[in-house]
Ligand binder design. Structure first.
Ligand code: MN
Length: 714
């Protein structure tokens, strides 16, 4: 192989790419869950064929001055795709999809900042070609002779044969790989990242076509399924919180394992623990997050609409123009609730300012409503203690009852705190992982923030007028750090398996109804998809007419099958994780041969139900099917009627009515009742801002907004 010939040069590039891919597959992607020889073979050879195919196409270029730049640009693009996937995987444990790239402007800078803390020594291999290229630059001569056409065709056909035979092997090992859309791991190990990216891009265009072809009867099967699985309300709980304010506290990245956990004999989150055990709070200890790539926004999609996030990408980024029958709208139409989200990041982050209108939120207080300058914010937005405190002047002028959500951000990967924000009374763990050490520190910060907010609620008597829901949106500790976190909590990690990782995906779900005496810790198996109907029933809202995939957790008919976005599932008896079945009670893998045929049938039925439920939810979103079904008494949401501009919002608040906290306090602010020990609270406003997630999508989202606004005025 002589790199000074064109074919030798291409071979060298393919070789480098192959080595990097193997490092990515087997080190960074942790072996891709390869569990047989066939998968091993395809994983080892797939980076060669597809890459060779793409680079060989450039071989048809005759002139050296076009051939070499083309080859190098294509090669760089392939490498960037690989490395970005590696960084993305370290934080998100998943791969970048077309949808993620399409919406990547919104998250890239935050992910970028977080990714730096995930850099590993072996990353040098990803830049080995650049380093060697610089050293040996002069040794490689440009070859003016094009590759012979016949030889080129011969090489191309080998590459095509390689890709197709991998595809054939994949079809034997995993039928309907492409049509059913399995976990992305499968695409990568059979066909490679490049193939996956191309396939995913085509899929995404197909989805747009799906929507335009949908017809009204497409929703019939879905409604029949929902009807069959409806879990009616329990009379004991129905309407017990009727007319109360709803305060959702979104505990960013907060996992169940922190509840009641002790490190160095100290509770990590003593205050949240006290709510968890309160006689007024209904708490769940087998509640799982069910998010996919959309992470926080998947949690929001489930809680606000009781439909799942998507297999790839986020509903917020791609399907914001759909019809939704969401919580803020239902509460407004049934009981006249006002609504708001408080979030100390930019309105465009995850396309929220557009999506919230589609959900029917009347107000959105984003970073522009707060002083987020200087050290008052982290990369991810206003610090939690300040978010709660600085929200009060807005909250107190809203009419009651209200439905509000506080999206916290400080307990966010990479879990760093300014030293003055760390709780000096909390020691925290001392593991070799800065992520794990930081996690428990930011947990404690979050706990203190919630305590300060609760103090205010109690002082003003707002607690008794409200139902306060605390939930963790998704994991903060990614799978690569699970064992370290578990060890810090004193959990034995010998024989750690996939079931243990799944247990780490539990998140808190606490419904606090101060004064109700209805509390208790329930061991019902459930997940985020179930939050909406549970809450609706407590608020006295009948849900049978709605298309909701969740079931009331307090209903005796709740099915207790938690379904995850990758089609894994768990029940009180079994857990299906990847290709394996586990015994939920013991956490050990079950040899299928040991099961009776009835047990196997039961498991098959549960797997089929998981597929069906996710599939129906996806269909509903992809085809925008709720536009064909309006439940009686529900008026479709008109996003263009909402205006989140500062002037319009302040005008609304200045018109506060007699039901606002402000009016009930004798037209005086309750801000003085709010006490925080946040060291930044009195910092003067400056020009500097730490929030690094830029509004890259500002053009697209604001033009989408102005379009919908102008269409409404016509
Ligand atoms: Mn989140």
């Amino acid at each position: 192989m002589n790199p000074s010939t064109r074919s030798g040069f291409l071979t060298l590039l393919v070789f480098f790419y192959w080595v990097k891919s193997l490092v990515a597959y087997f080190v960074d992607f942790r072996g891709l869950g390869i569990n047989n020889v066939l998968q091993f073979i395809t994983a080892v050879d797939n980076p060669i064929f597809f890459t060779a195919f793409i680079l060989l196409l450039a071989g048809f270029i005759k002139r050296a001055r076009y051939f070499y730049p083309t080859v190098i640009i294509v090669y760089i693009a392939l490498n960037v795709l690989l490395v970005v996937n590696v960084l993305y995987f370290r934080e998100m444990t998943s791969f970048i999809s077309f949808n993620t790239i399409a919406g990547y402007g919104k998250v890239s800078q935050g992910v970028g900042a977080a990714s730096l803390s995930y850099f590993k020594p072996h990353d040098i291999i990803y830049f080995a070609d650049v380093i060697l290229g610089l050293i040996f630059f002069r040794k490689i001569k440009l070859d003016l002779k094009p590759i012979k056409r016949d030889y080129l065709r011969y090489l191309l056909s080998i590459a095509v044969l390689g890709v197709t035979s991998n595809y054939a092997l994949a079809s034997i090992d995993r039928p309907q790989l492409l049509t059913r859309g399995f976990d992305v791991n499968y695409y990568i190990k059979y066909l490679g990242i490049n193939f996956y990216t191309v396939q995913d891009t085509i899929d995404s265009f197909n989805r747009d076509r799906l929507k335009s072809q949908a017809k009204p009867s497409d929703i019939d099967n879905i409604r029949a399924y929902i009807k069959k699985h409806f879990a009616p309300e329990d009379a004991k709980y129905f309407g017990v919180a009727k007319g109360k304010n709803v305060i959702y506290i979104h505990l960013e990245s907060f996992q169940q394992f922190s509840i009641d956990a002790k490190i160095n004999d100290q509770e990590v989150t003593p205050f949240i623990n006290s709510i968890y055990h309160s006689k007024d709070a209904i708490s769940f200890d087998n509640f799982y997050h069910e998010v996919g790539q959309g992470k926080t926004t998947d949690a929001e999609t489930m809680l606000e609409t009781s439909t799942f996030g998507l297999p790839t990408g986020s509903v917020f980024n791609r399907y914001y123009a759909n019809q939704f029958q969401a919580m803020p709208a239902i509460l407004d139409q049934d009981y006249g609730y006002s609504s708001a989200v408080f979030h100390g990041n930019n309105a465009s982050f995850w396309n929220r300012s557009v999506m919230y209108k589609s959900l029917g939120y009347q107000n959105f207080f984003d970073a522009s409503y707060f002083d987020v300058s200087g050290r008052k914010a982290t990369t991810w937005g206003l610090k939690d203690k300040l978010l709660f405190k600085d929200s009060i002047p807005f909250l107190e002028k809203m009419s009651q009852p209200f439905y509000v959500k506080f999206l916290t951000v400080t307990n966010h990967t990479p879990f760093t705190l300014d030293s003055e924000d760390a709780d000096p009374t909390f020691t925290g763990p001392n593991t070799n992982s800065p992520i794990v050490n930081g996690y428990f520190q930011t947990n404690r910060y979050l706990d203190n923030s919630v305590r300060e907010f609760y103090d205010y609620l109690q002082k003003t008597g707002l607690d008794k007028k409200s139902i306060i829901v605390l939930y963790g949106d998704h994991y903060g500790i990614s799978e690569s750090e699970d064992k370290v976190a578990a060890q810090a909590l004193g959990i034995n990690t010998d024989n750690w398996n996939d079931f243990n990782d799944l247990q780490m995906q539990k998140v808190p779900f606490i419904i606090d109804m101060p004064g109700s005496n209805l509390g208790g810790i329930k061991d019902t198996f459930g997940g985020e998809i179930d939050a909406m109907p549970t809450l609706e029933h407590l608020l006295g809202i009948k849900t049978q007419k709605y298309v909701q995939f969740g079931q009331d957790l307090l209903s005796s008919k709740h099915e207790q099958q938690v379904i995850f976005r990758n089609k894994d599932w768990i029940t009180p008896e079994y857990a299906s994780i990847g290709e394996n079945i586990y015994d939920t009670k013991t956490g050990t893998e079950i040899d299928l041969a040991d099961l009776t045929s009835d047990q196997r049938k039961q498991i098959d039925k549960l797997s089929a139900n998981a597929d069906k439920k996710l599939g129906y939810s996806d269909e509903l979103i992809y085809r925008d099917l709720l536009r064909f079904y309006t439940p009686s008494g529900f008026t479709p949401i008109k996003p263009q009627t909402f205006d989140y501009s500062y002037t319009a919002t302040m005008n609304r608040l200045n018109d506060y009515g007699s039901t606002s906290i402000f009016a009930q306090n004798g037209n005086r602010s309750t801000s003085a009742d709010y006490v925080t020990d946040a060291p930044e609270q009195n910092d003067p406003r400056t020009d500097s801002a730490r929030i690094t997630i830029q509004e890259n999508d500002e053009v697209s989202s604001s033009s989408a907004e102005s379009q919908s606004q102008s269409s409404s005025s016509q």
